[in-house]
Design a protein around this ligand. Structure first.
Ligand code: UDP
Ligand code: MG
Length: 331
């Protein structure tokens, strides 16, 4: 890092009890109600707080509503993406801005209840949790969503090794500030933030049953493809957490093994030809020998895997572009 680029850390800013980060895409009807509800809960408990609305390229009037709310209430802040990037990039940018000691994420659609916030905060501050995830034990969603979700959560539990979470994808979660400042949510990884946190070394992960309500306005922004993408992301994360810093360890091992098998097969081919010749037996053509093809394939595959490993290593060192988003405005 260039010495002149050095910026004092954000910790010098006055700290708040809570940051509430709300990613949203076309939720204009819900926002005023959500803001009023959060404000009510915060005032009841005497918390200092900020609400960070991250407008993920909405095509309705959401941004105008946020501007109005922000003018009326100094706690309301906004980030406006130039286009729709997805929930994870929205969370990422909200996290970067958040100053609260405890950071809450919640959906904008009023399915999550702000009344849960004080208890979630208490679990972080008093019980010492790094992350507390909401569990929508009783859901108000169609069956087509709840059944695949059960399966999805079972897989996520196994793969991530976080056995006490029932509901990875719940939008309502609470984090100690260090957690969100030290993880990088990108792509569609918002489903696995507890796993990201665990991989970053924050292992005290808890759960709280939360109330869930049917969507009041608008419709869901995710279709059934969420399950396919969800599994693919889970595989990526598993791979990243095992080998992310060292892809060569997987590919290199596979590649070396293949190459070795191929090499031995090549020796068998060559030797059998030489032995045949030395005994004066009419020797088979090398290409008539099945070992020849094994040798060929294995050595090719081995080399390919090796190269994939090297490329993986190079890429993992150079991906600083991953979190560049076009932010149009901030208030
Ligand atoms: N969302 C977003 N960007 C998107 C899709 C969704 O910011 O591209 C927000 C959405 O506005 C809501 C939250 O993410 O606040 C959860 O979305 P939704 O309620 O549609 O998901 P579901 O409850 O059906 O899982
Ligand atoms: Mg919802």
């Amino acid at each position: 890092m260039d010495l002149f680029d050095y910026q004092p850390s954000q910790d010098t800013a006055p700290s708040l009890d809570l940051s509430i980060v709300v990613p949203l895409y076309n939720e204009e009807e819900s926002l005023p109600e959500l803001q009023a509800w959060i404000q009510r809960v915060m005032q009841q408990h005497g918390f200092t707080y900020e609400i960070i609305f991250v407008n993920d390229g909405s095509t309705d009037n959401s941004w105008a509503v946020i501007e109005r709310l922000s003018a009326e209430h100094p706690e309301v802040k906004g980030i406006k993406f130039r286009r729709n990037y997805g929930k994870s990039p929205a969370l990422f940018c909200g996290f970067r801005r958040a100053q609260g000691d405890v950071v809450i994420t919640m959906d904008a659609d009023l399915q999550d209840s702000p009344d849960e916030i004080p208890e979630l905060r208490r679990m972080i501050v008093e019980d010492g949790y790094d992350v507390v995830s909401g569990w929508k034990q009783k859901r108000y969603d169609p069956l087509s969503k709840t059944i695949p979700t059960k399966l999805f959560n079972a897989t996520a539990r196994r793969v991530s090794g976080i056995h006490n979470l029932h509901d990875f994808n719940c939008g309502l979660k609470a984090y100690r500030r260090e957690v969100i400042k030290n993880i990088e949510v990108y792509g569609e990884m918002h489903r696995y933030i507890p796993y990201l946190a665990k991989n970053a070394g924050f292992t005290k992960i808890g759960e709280k049953v939360v109330h869930h309500q049917a969507r009041k306005y608008g419709s869901t922004k995710f279709g059934l493809d969420r399950f396919v993408n969800g599994y693919l992301d889970l595989m990526t994360l598993w791979f990243l957490s095992r080998f992310g810093q060292k892809p060569m360890h997987v590919f290199g091992l596979g590649g070396s093994l293949m190459f070795l098998i191929g090499f031995i097969a090549a020796i068998v081919v060559g030797a059998s030809k030489l032995i045949a010749l030395s005994r004066g037996i009419p020797a088979r053509l090398v290409t008539d020998n099945p070992y020849f093809f094994i040798a060929l394939t294995m050595m090719l595959l081995g080399t390919q895997l090796f190269v994939a490993g090297f490329l993986g290593d190079l890429i993992s060192r150079n991906s600083d572009q991953r979190n560049n988003y076009q932010i149009e405005k901030e208030i």
